[in-house]
Design a protein around this ligand. Structure first.
Ligand code: GUN
Length: 288
């Protein structure tokens, strides 16, 4: 049996189309344009690419995109002052401070300075707490994208065994909270988990978010399980170039799983699509 490939690229395009429709209606009916501000400090090449893509897709959806690019010598106080300005700006509904921040900046302090209602990353401690207690919150974009794909594939997830491999604040923990909210039986596995293959083999749903290339082979996967691969790892090829691989060994897993997301073209494109959706949500909530 070969798994069904979950096409994140196509799914993300359909989410962006819905977002653009929403934006057009907000403009026409209420004179509102959702605005997203992205703050990038320093020259990290991966962050530059992310920020460029975010800006492009924000504009394509008809929203206001504002970018603040600051040198890596910018002080914590200056970043906090910019966040305060954006918090007070009624044309800005979503604020995203690109991570990682330079070492001399306390990222937690900066994230928690963002107005929780504008925290489209869902990283503010208030949103983390709201999600953990099952209340209305801003939900982190990558786990939200994973959940949307799982819901589209399965309908109800109620009663399913879900294993999340990885316990990061950005993906693993919020993913587990979302799956719990869907009435899954949730296990969070990590580097210290005893007999990880056996734990993964129990799962109807595997979400891999560890950042280790091809760590999960096909023989850890229960036949027919759904595999969501969050990993984006660049590995060298024989010809001296490089390619992207996930945390799951796709070639062996595709032979066992019922459905699987590829890398690239799986979870990745969903993250920005969900960021746009969160910005529209923030705009609607801010305006009643
Ligand atoms: N850096 C890499 N991914 C992300 C993300 O989703 N949000 C932010 N703020 N920074 C990131």
């Amino acid at each position: 049996m070969t798994a069904q490939i979950i096409d994140g690229k196509a799914f993300a395009a359909s989410v962006r189309e819905k977002v653009a429709g929403h934006v057009a209606r907000l403009k026409q009916d209420h004179g509102l344009t959702p605005g997203l501000a992205v703050v990038l400090v320093g020259e990290d090449p991966a962050s530059q690419v992310y920020v460029r893509n975010k800006g492009k897709q924000t504009k394509e959806a008809g929203m206001l995109s504002v970018e603040h690019r600051l040198p890596d010598t910018t002080s914590e106080a200056e970043i906090l002052a910019l966040v305060e300005t954006l918090n007070a700006d009624p044309s800005i509904h979503g604020i995203l401070v690109q991570l990682p921040l330079p070492e001399h900046v306390n990222a937690e302090l900066v994230i928690n300075a963002i107005d929780p209602a504008k925290d489209v990353d869902g990283f503010h401690i208030s949103n983390v707490g709201l999600l953990g207690t099952g209340q209305k919150s801003m939900v982190p974009c990558t786990p939200l994208g994973c959940l949307m794909m799982l819901r589209a594939h399965h309908g109800s997830l109620s009663g399913m065994d879900a294993v999340v491999v990885g316990r990061s604040n950005i993906v693993g923990k919020p993913m587990a909270q979302l799956l719990l909210g869907e009435s899954c039986t949730v296990t969070i596995a990590h580097s210290r988990t005893r007999d990880l293959p056996e734990v993964v083999r129990r799962a109807d749903i595997v979400v891999a978010a560890v950042g280790r290339p091809q760590m999960i082979p096909g023989d850890w996967i229960k036949p027919g399980a759904t595999v969501i691969d969050v990993g984006i790892n660049r590995v060298p090829k024989d010809d001296g170039k490089s390619r992207l691989v996930g945390d799951v060994d796709f070639d062996s897993a595709v032979e066992v799983a019922g459905a699987i997301t590829p890398v690239p073209g799986g979870v990745g494109p969903m993250t920005i699509a969900c960021l746009l959706a969160n910005t529209v949500t923030a705009c609607c909530r801010a305006n009643g």
